[in-house]
Design a protein around this ligand. Structure first.
Ligand code: HEC
Length: 157
């Protein structure tokens, strides 16, 4: 049970995941940090494609938009609990991560931020293939949900 308490349960953490011992082996904090940064990069890649279309920098393509929005919604729904272990914050590991210690000290506040992204990206995935105006109408909430978590919980560059 101690493991459960010392691991962030944001992002819909399941107890089953926590039971996986390798997560707690040597170097587990670094691995978790790399994994969550990789997840963020995937958010960014998919949102970047959609943003380019929404801004008119590239031509709107319904299939591409649907795929990217579907990917983002799937990624946002992923259980990331094991990627955010306690102790993997920027105060403890400043050269590895920009995740503020407030993520853990104010927990469960961050779960609301995580849910905002999951909700906004699910809503966008429903309409992203329905034309440029539909995509443009939905993408703002997604972008705001990214910033809405980065502002309080990510150390600025
Ligand atoms: C629930 C909080 C939260 C949400 C929502 C969120 N992020 Fe992040 N993001 C973070 C935190 C915290 C970090 C710092 C992680 C670290 O360095 O360990 C981060 C880091 C990043 C990074 C840098 C990754 C790296 O390689 O170091 C990118 C890019 C990024 N986020 C993009 C996004 C995009 C795009 C969205 C929205 C689609 C998003 N994030 C939504 C919390 C969030």
């Amino acid at each position: 049970m101690q493991k459960i308490k010392t691991t962030l349960t944001a992002f819909g953490l399941s107890a089953a995941l926590l039971a996986a011992a390798p997560v707690f082996a040597d170097g587990h904090l670094e691995k978790a940090i790399e994994a969550r940064q990789a997840a963020m990069k995937l958010y960014s890649f998919n949102l970047g494609q959609l943003g380019a279309m929404a801004k008119g920098n590239v031509a709107y393509d319904a299939a591409v938009a649907s795929a990217a929005a579907g990917n983002l919604a799937a990624l946002a729904a992923m259980d990331q609990g094991a990627m955010w272990p306690k102790g993997s914050d920027a105060t403890a590991m400043p050269d590895k991560t920009r995740a503020m210690a407030e993520i853990w000290s104010t927990y469960p506040e961050i779960t609301g931020k995580s849910k905002a992204l999951a909700d906004a990206s699910a809503a966008m995935a429903k309409v992203a293939g329905d034309g440029l105006p539909a995509l443009q109408g939905a993408i703002g909430d997604v972008g705001q949900s990214c910033g809405g978590c980065h502002k309080p919980f990510r150390v600025p560059k």
